[in-house]
Ligand binder design. Structure first.
Ligand SMILES: Cc1cc2nc3c(=O)[nH]c(=O)nc-3n(C[C@H](O)[C@H](O)[C@H](O)COP(=O)(O)O)c2cc1C
Length: 228
């Protein structure tokens, strides 16, 4: 199997190194052509539809949209959808409706949101990220596109940064470019569900989500201007 060979052959890049590379991109440094629409897709990987992870990703998307009129956004909420792990026989599930959106040439970048589950990414996030495998062959469709990660935990320090790193490590295998927020959100968006399934009290965390969304949009515009 091609996928198996690629996975065993591939060399791993350290997440920290690549993230540092992405953080060197200059703020809003270049312009994509005026007519080019760029889509930033946010994916909420909580099994609970419309809850804190979805809300945090939407916050990042709303901020991304403020960067430039060419930025369009869409939230894909995986809550309630059926997404199986990768399997040699592609499962017939809701991934079929999602993959075409990610193959759209207008895709400028991704914002992936996961709740912290045992200081790690959710099983749903792992399934979703594995099932992007068809986007690696025959062409690395997601290569050189920026992504940011949004995480939500019930504890202030509940594994948000580790969860971000884990998702970054996976998306590096798709050739994507990790993007953080801006100070103090260098690694990405780290939110706290402080009780009652609301983020309203977490002004610091909401700020990291906004900063991440803005930076992903800026880098998407910058990269798009370089590839035209
Ligand atoms: C199985 C499970 C494991 C969890 N583990 C952690 C954890 O390690 N750290 C943490 O801060 N919160 C943990 N939580 C809490 C969730 O991350 C938190 O409630 C989050 O807001 C859920 O996202 P949602 O509202 O989008 O579903 C866990 C929740 C569940 C259900």
């Amino acid at each position: 199997m091609l996928i198996k060979q690629n996975l065993t052959r591939r060399s791993f890049i350290t997440t920290a190194g690549a993230a540092a590379l992405a953080s060197t991109v200059v703020e809003g440094a270049a312009e994509a052509p005026a007519s080019t629409a760029l889509k930033i897709i946010g994916v909420s990987c909580s099994p609970r539809q419309g809850q804190t992870t979805a809300s945090a990703v939407q916050t990042a998307l709303d901020a991304a949209k403020t960067v430039d009129p060419r930025i369009q956004t869409e939230l894909i909420d995986l809550g309630g959808l059926n997404i199986a792990p990768w399997s040699p026989k592609p499962p017939a599930d809701d991934m079929a409706g999602i993959l075409p959106k990610l193959k759209d040439p207008a895709l400028g970048g991704l914002i992936i949101g996961s709740p912290c589950y045992f200081r790690s990414l959710s099983g749903l996030a792992k399934c979703f990220l594995e099932r992007l495998a068809p986007l690696r062959e025959p062409r690395m469709v997601l290569a050189d596109k920026p992504f940011g990660v949004v995480t939500v935990g019930a504890f202030r320090n509940g594994g948000q940064e580790m969860t971000i790193e884990q998702i970054q490590a996976i998306l590096l295998c798709y050739g994507m470019i990790p993007v953080g927020g801006k100070a103090p959100a260098f690694q990405g968006a780290t939110l706290w569900n402080s009780g009652g399934d609301t983020l309203a009290q977490d002004t610091l965390g909401l700020d990291t989500a906004k900063k991440l969304g803005i930076h992903v949009a800026e880098v998407a515009l910058l990269l798009a201007s370089k590839t035209k």
